[in-house]
Write a protein that binds this ligand. Structure first.
Ligand code: SF4
Length: 673
């Protein structure tokens, strides 16, 4: 019997630079499950890059194309669906994924807007896709015949005229029942220079956050993948070619007792293959002692997360997040910090009840809890989330706009047809407690924390504040208040950020797509990209570093003088520390070193103490000469990053945002002989 050809695509945009550099695991799992159950009936090919899908379609027209439907690839997948239906009407188009609203209104709208999609798989996809193919096989892949029966297929929706047929929810699968797409060889083609492998060791989340897809009841049961992980990790580690990163799509890594064994396996690979260097994963929200213990086993490769979203009790109650203990999170963050484990916290601006005061307090709490990085997000109105309902929109007077998803646009071609595609997302820009103007102020506050605090870029001043018992956050706020009085270039950076935050917003996705369609040539040439936070950070670090460094040290001197804490030694130290801070970081990617720098303070000791030491303890008897150099590990990392992100401004911004440990790349002081 001829096998039917099935294409599964989880596309990424690559018009400007690669938008997603992660293996397409979700379609791998769907394909692996299908091939395990029906190897004699189906052939499966997986796709990530648009040009690969185009080439394959030009050479072989499949029976079915399944597209993973996420907010970052919805439009490009729809555009492919349109061309497939035009050129090869017999090919069946199936979408599946979380970017599908579950209210009646959203469902109706989806089917009105998508005449080229035959079926949509909702929630868990493996069993649903298999069953759908089986039903189609019974009618010889005649979509019209199947639809005319109006049969319900578990986890599958489709439209027949005005009517929408919705299959009942299937019981959740056990993750152990899905074979590894890696071990089946399905993912081999993705081991290239660009993509980082992703694994999935736990599915589901016990929490119920109102803004999150996994907060729904359906995903509250958690299932674990245990038996295949060891083989899978060794398989991956032997083949990885691109970034030495591992992505784990678990929602709460380290929270479950099974995670001890998973960490042991990953650590074994680190030892044997020097991989993974960096693990991208959300760590658990509770059981923090266990999370810290597990994270510590991974040799600094994992940043410990404290995903607070807000520290305001009313805001937390409004989004059903009071179940996560803020005290325990902060305690754990501090333990992790003392173990050289990176830490980060997440905040979302604009949740119901948020305000300038509440957001500022959330920033203060997280900065003062000593998290290395604060990831500051806007509230995205995701489908399938409790917060995104007409009632809640009304209740909290939520005003939203559509923006271009960073790096997610491009011009593509298939079988002689050309199209422009852009992804957009709906974000909140004001609510009943946060007017638009306040929202913009909060965003500028976020940029300030991003450029001064994140990545420990100014650890010299941060450490000095700590040593002198002063609030680092108060100092950040001093800079924030003065941000438009420091230099014309710094003012312009904030003005550009404000423009990017407030101007590139549209009332609807259609309006946005029209504007992008007309301007695509310019957008593809503009290497600044469309993420204002990443552009601001790259500008601050790669273009205005010296100006910001000067401004900070000058503000610090004035502040200490005002507080009566500026003795002569501290004054001298500030002068030398300013120079030291500059020389460690200027032209970071150039590989230039700096020879014979003179200091009258012990800069090696200062650096070893993360600068949390008083100047008088560092004063030396005589001036000493230092070379500021990179060590071998830093050189390797820098060249890997340059290769991965290229030299474009957008690439540099992406690098700074993605790798929170930028301070690990700063030149180190070595005493000259
Ligand atoms: S935000 Fe995190 S903790 Fe909350 S439901 Fe989603 S995955 Fe779970």
């Amino acid at each position: 019997m001829d096998k039917k050809s099935i294409y599964l695509a989880d596309l990424t945009h690559n018009g400007l630079i690669l938008s997603s550099n992660v293996f397409p695991l979700s379609i791998g799992l769907v394909g692996a499950y299908l091939l395990e159950k029906k190897p004699e009936l189906y052939e499966v090919d997986l796709f990530k890059y648009p040009e690969d899908l185009s080439n394959a379609l030009e050479q072989n027209v499949p029976q079915v194309v399944g597209f993973a439907n996420y907010s970052w690839n919805y439009d490009i997948s729809r555009q492919y669906a349109k061309i497939i239906k035009k050129l090869w009407p017999g090919t069946i188009v199936v979408f599946g994924g979380p970017n599908y609203g579950l209210t009646e209104q959203e469902i109706e709208q989806f089917w009105q807007c998508n005449p080229n999609i035959d079926f949509h798989v909702v929630q868990e996809g493996e069993e649903a896709f298999l069953t759908l193919l089986e039903r189609l096989r019974e009618v010889e892949f005649d979509v019209g015949r199947l639809k005319s029966t109006r049969m319900k297929i578990g986890n599958v929706h489709y439209s027949v005229g005005e009517e929408i047929i919705k299959g009942d929810a299937l019981p959740r699968l056990k993750l152990e029942d899905i074979p590894s797409p890696y071990l089946m060889g399905l993912m081999d083609k993705f081991f290239d220079e660009n993509l980082g492998p992703m694994i999935h060791t736990t599915r589901g989340c016990p929490f119920s956050c109102a803004f999150c897809t996994e907060g729904s009841k359906y995903y509250n049961i958690v299932s674990q993948r245990e038996s295949q992980l060891e083989k899978e990790m060794h398989y991956i580690s032997q083949r990885v070619k691109g970034p030495r990163d591992l992505f784990i799509s678990d929602a709460n890594f380290g929270m479950f007792k099974q995670d001890y064994e998973k960490a042991r396996i990953i650590a074994e690979c680190q030892e044997k293959y020097d991989y993974p260097k960096y693990v991208h994963v959300s760590t658990g929200k509770n059981q923090k002692e266990r999370v810290v213990d597990i994270v510590k086993k991974l040799n600094g490769a994992v940043s410990m997360a404290a995903s607070l979203q807000s520290t305001d009790p009313d805001v937390l109650a409004n989004v059903a997040r009071s179940n996560i203990s803020v005290d325990k999170l902060s305690e754990a963050g501090q333990i992790a910090n003392t173990n050289d484990t990176g830490t980060y916290s997440e905040l979302i601006l604009g949740l119901p009840g948020d305000s300038i005061a509440a957001h500022k307090q959330s920033l203060r709490d997280t900065v003062e809890m000593d998290f290395d990085n604060i990831r500051m997000y806007q509230l995205i109105m995701l489908p399938q989330t409790v917060l995104n309902t007409p009632d809640n929109r009304l209740k909290y007077n939520m005003k939203t706009k559509h923006r271009i998803m960073p790096r997610s646009f491009g011009r593509y071609r298939v079988a002689g047809e050309e199209f422009v595609s852009v992804e957009s997302e709906e974000i909140l820009i004001s609510n009943s407690t946060l007017p638009f103007e306040d929202y913009i102020v909060c965003r500028e506050m976020d940029l300030t924390v991003e450029i001064l605090h994140n990545g420990k870029v100014f650890a010299e001043i941060q450490g000095l504040c700590k040593a002198m018992n002063l609030s680092w956050f108060d100092f950040i706020m001093l800079f924030f208040e003065q941000r438009r009085n420091l230099s014309p270039d710094i003012t312009k950076m904030y003005d550009d950020f404000r423009t990017g935050t407030s101007d590139r917003l549209w009332d609807s996705a259609e309006e946005l797509a029209e504007v992008v369609g007309k301007d695509i040539e310019n957008m593809l040439k503009d290497e600044r990209g469309t993420n204002e936070m990443s552009t601001g950070k790259a500008t601050a670090f790669f273009v205005l570093f010296q100006q910001i460094n000067d401004a900070l040290f000058s503000l610090m001197e004035n502040w200490l003088a005002k507080l009566g804490k500026l003795d002569p030694i501290t004054k001298d130290y500030l002068v030398e520390l300013k120079q030291f801070s500059l020389m460690r970081k200027r032209k970071l990617l150039s590989m230039e070193t700096s020879e014979n720098e003179s200091y009258s303070f012990d800069m090696t000791r200062a650096e070893q103490h993360s600068f949390k030491i008083l100047p008088r303890e560092l004063k030396t008897q005589s001036v000493q000469k230092y070379h500021l150099v990179y060590d071998t590990k830093q050189i390797k990392l820098l060249s890997a990053y340059s290769e991965e992100f290229g030299g474009s401004f957008d690439g540099l911004g992406k690098m700074l945002m993605r790798y929170p440990h930028i301070h690990r790349l700063f030149r180190k002081p070595v005493l000259a002989a």
